[in-house]
Ligand binder design. Sequence first.
Ligand SMILES: [Zn+2]
Length: 307
Amino acid sequence: MGEARKVAGDASAENSDWWSVEAAVPPNSCPQCQLPILSINAVCQTCGQHLGAINVLLASNPREQDELRRRVTEAVSAARSDGSFGALSDLAVAVRDQSSAVVNVTPDFALTFLSHQKSLYASYARQLVSSRRAKAAIDDDRARVAVESMLFGSSAGEVVYGALSLDGRGLRTYGPVSLVLDDASIRTRASVLETNSYAFTEGIGPTSELPLGRRAPWGMRHLVAASKLASRLTSDTKSNAFPALLLSPADHRREDEFIEVHIAGSFDSRAVKEVWIPAADSVTLTSLYRQLLRELTAKIGIRLGEY
Ligand SMILES: [Zn+2]
């Protein structure tokens, strides 16, 4: 039998090796046609073989990984000297084992999306192409397309965005209803970025390199959380403070503080494992919407949490 599972908060967490996880390095040659892969791409340009999700391939790039590992090593060593290593390990293990991708939507959208098995949650670009939504105000549209292109180039339209959450709460600036995604539906195609992509790309020109070591494939998301949040932990930080450290929603999108989740492709309502809503009624979440959401989630068998 293997070693008993380490419990966060337990003294043995001191010895856990949460930081030793490695990303699969993208192959240099195509597993199908064996030819060298000339640029980071989701499919082989010669034989069409699927090579992986573009955001995951970018996050798994060895240069990104080396810098992320350097930052984590630095955070671990600083935490060991200031006494916060236990808290850092507990945070990393909590994010590794319990965090989910959350996408916030309006009650109207949630009701339509959850009640139609054939509806898809798709990227902004795909919704525009399929005429399922109107273009945003021109300044918002320009900023959005520019920021997404900074991260993913011409593949930007493939990616949908969420936030990393430990308690089902998401970014209310996108709507009061949090759709919590099932790990199995995203784990091979999701990656994380240390912060809001708008903040991340602020002030960086299109020909400049983005800062390295701030993104990771899904299975390494706790390393991004650890390197980002280490300096905010002390020896007294308890695990009940972790959800708000990881995600701190604001009233304006630019002020939201969170780790952004990128998911390649779209998903349907079966990818949603839980729905969370605020316990208090508001302009956007009236008691009628609450009642409709309660009835619908009960009917389709999805847990509805209220916080
Ligand atoms: Zn090939």
